[in-house]
Design a binder for this molecule. Structure first.
Ligand code: C5P
Length: 220
């Protein structure tokens, strides 16, 4: 059997990162978190004082961006410019500006190529790739293409539970603002042709992983 690519898209707070990682583990696959690269590049820009609202400066710093990521689901790490930044890229200062750099077409093109070369470097029987444009742009030929959704209410609750330090009103506002910004660039709210929707609103974590893994097995 040939190398299996599983493409998973969805909005923020849909649980796609943790579900994708657990599914990869269950299937013996690698796991690629594509949002981490956009976050890593946003961090690179902030550290160098590059204005994320200035596309010209952002594009100019792309060649200086050094990035690596652990794709073994049991050894996840993110490295930017020789530093481990696995936790730093989750900080609100990054989440607040990442959409600014993600809407620059040159940045997206760079990222798509980066992701394809990381996928090609996997030595497992397959890889679960998770993001916003995986089913449509990064890997439209993937054997299994999934849109992972959940009601807005469920997504807010999950994200608030993740970030227990912040008030849930702020979290909710930031989440919908980011989804609205991101949706202008890629449509991850509606399933493209051939993409199946898995709605996790009424599923717990394990049930969601089981649903995703069964769909992948049936597509292999
Ligand atoms: O998935 P995560 O919330 O970590 O993604 C961070 C940001 O990266 C998103 O808000 C979006 O702007 C961008 N992104 C993207 N395309 C992807 C993955 C992430 O534009 N495939």
């Amino acid at each position: 059997p040939s190398f299996v690519v599983v493409a998973v898209d969805g909005p923020a707070g849909s649980g796609k990162s943790s579900v994708s990682k657990a599914t990869a583990r269950e299937l013996g696959f690698d796991y690629l978190d594509t949002g981490a690269a956009y976050r890593g590049f946003a961090l690179h820009c902030l550290e160098r004082g590059v204005d994320t609202l200035g596309p010209g400066d952002v594009i100019e710093t792309l060649p200086r961006f050094e990035y690596s990521i652990g794709i073994d689901p049991d050894n996840y790490f993110v490295k930017v410019d020789s530093e481990i930044v696995t936790n730093d890229i989750r900080e609100p200062r990054i989440t607040g500006v990442v959409s600014n750099i993600a809407r620059v077409p040159e940045v997206r093109e760079y990222m798509v190529n980066l992701f394809r070369s990381i996928i090609a470097g996997s030595d497992k029987p397959g890889i679960v790739v998770e993001g916003r444009d995986i089913t449509t742009v990064v890997a439209p030929d993937a054997q299994a293409r999934i849109l992972l959704t959940a009601s807005e209410e469920a997504r807010m609750e999950r994200r608030a539970a993740e970030l227990s330090g912040e008030s849930s009103a702020t979290t909710a506002q930031q989440l919908s603002y980011r989804d609205a910004q991101d949706s202008k660039v890629v449509d991850f709210m509606n399933a493209a042709d051939g993409v199946i929707t898995i709605d996790s609103t009424n599923l717990d974590f394990d049930q969601t992983v089981t649903a995703v893994a069964s769909f992948v097995r049936s597509s292999m």
